[in-house]
Write a protein that binds this ligand. Structure first.
Ligand SMILES: Nc1ncnc2c1ncn2[C@@H]1O[C@H](COP(=O)(O)OP(=O)(O)OP(=O)(O)O)[C@@H](O)[C@H]1O
Ligand SMILES: [Mg+2]
Length: 351
């Protein structure tokens, strides 16, 4: 089964054709980063207008690269949330129109479900029965969550960030240090050769809990990155000069270390608590070399199998959407009526 996936939840305009959920026949992406860079973040109206301009060509590219046509594909998958409403609407309208015109099924996919599925986007990915129950660490620009997947489409969110996402924390740090946007890759690059132990930045929620915990998820599995950001601001202010050279490298390395440590320690706690067959990491921050190394080390230590998202599918892409859609379709879990977009969509079980 060949599915045309469409993804426009934020600032990547993407389309892909994927066969049987894993075999990526094409993966066309137009990244709008250059359009948003001057503003230091994504500007929703600029994003949606660029989706309007670029999406038709990107869909054409995806079909041509795959050697397919509108007639030869079997279904259309689209991200319907979470994300920017005005961006989601462009991809969703295109997908709905195509599905109606071509009389092919339309499969709505949760963007974060797509990220979690991206660890399976390779031909030699293990079979579902070999990986579930699986612990998923989702680390993107908009979310940081620990998710227990008991099976395909069976999600139990164990914990989430109570403030910033890990990607957001890295993006904000790069802004504080005047390094540019997006921050994750720039912090990683700047940190090269720096000492990760130079400054002990806070790990967020690591101190003993003295107050009342009013949040929905267990404290042990939640993240907090706002204190880290404040610690960086305070550190830089105290310096009284703009850090450069080794000093800058040490700050970036220490900050990156704090983010990666906080993420890895929650995974370790969850691995101890839940009997799982594997654990996985996906989303833009899963590109990060230090995080990948720490998770690999953890896998060595615990003996649990680790599935890391292939680098080309870490940030937003439509292949992961088509991949997740295939599983939904295969299991008969697709909504019979085309859905509207939902900017605040949460992970819910496929029932
Ligand atoms: N090498 C890297 N190291 C750390 N972070 C990175 C790296 N590369 C990208 N990122 C971060 O990944 C984030 C983007 O990831 P992604 O595309 O998954 O997020 P998003 O789609 O904007 O958010 P969401 O999926 O929650 O809607 C950015 O915050 C970016 O800084
Ligand atoms: Mg994303």
């Amino acid at each position: 089964m060949k599915i045309l996936g469409i993804e426009t939840s934020c600032d990547e305009t993407a389309a892909a054709v994927v066969e049987n959920g894993r075999n990526v026949l094409s993966n066309a992406i137009y990244s709008q980063i250059e359009k948003h860079r001057p503003y230091g973040g994504v500007v929703p109206e600029i994003a949606s207008r660029n989706h309007v301009i670029k999406l038709p060509g990107i869909i054409r590219d995806a079909l041509e690269d795959a050697g397919e046509t509108f007639d030869s594909i079997d279904a259309i998958a689209v991200t319907y949330g979470p994300g920017l409403a005005s961006s989601l609407l462009i991809g969703y309208s295109a997908a709905k129109t195509l599905a109606l015109r071509l009389r092919k099924p339309l499969i709505g996919v949760n963007h974060h479900e797509g990220h979690l599925h991206s660890v399976f986007m390779r031909k030699d990915a293990p079979a579902a029965e070999d990986v579930f129950p699986m612990l998923g660490l989702l680390v993107s620009g908009g979310d940081s969550s620990l998710v227990l997947m008991r099976g395909m489409g069976l999600y139990e969110v164990l914990g989430r960030t109570i403030d910033d996402a890990a990607g957001e924390a890295l993006d904000k740090a790069a802004a504080v240090l005047n390094l540019g946007y997006p921050g994750g890759p720039i912090i990683q690059k700047t940190a090269e050769g720096g000492d990760p132990d130079a400054i002990r930045f806070p790990r967020g929620l690591d101190h003993v809990d003295r107050g009342k915990w009013a949040y929905k998820y267990e404290r042990d599995f939640c993240f907090s990155f706002s204190g880290l950001k404040t610690a960086l601001l305070t550190h830089v202010k105290k310096l009284d000069h703009s850090p450069e050279g080794d000093e800058l490298r040490d700050i970036a390395a220490s900050y990156q270390e704090a983010v990666c440590d906080a993420l890895t320690s929650r995974v370790e706690r969850a691995l101890k608590r839940f009997p799982i067959k594997s654990f996985a990491c996906a989303g833009g921050v899963s590109m990060n070399k230090v995080l990948r190394q720490k998770l690999s080390d953890l896998s060595q230590k615990t003996g649990d199998a680790l599935l890391l998202c292939p680098p080309s599918f870490c940030t937003d892409n439509a292949a992961m959407i088509a991949g997740a859609a295939y599983e939904k379709y295969r299991l008969g879990k697709t909504d019979p009526e085309p859905q509207d977009v939902n900017p605040n969509l949460r992970l819910v079980d496929w029932i």
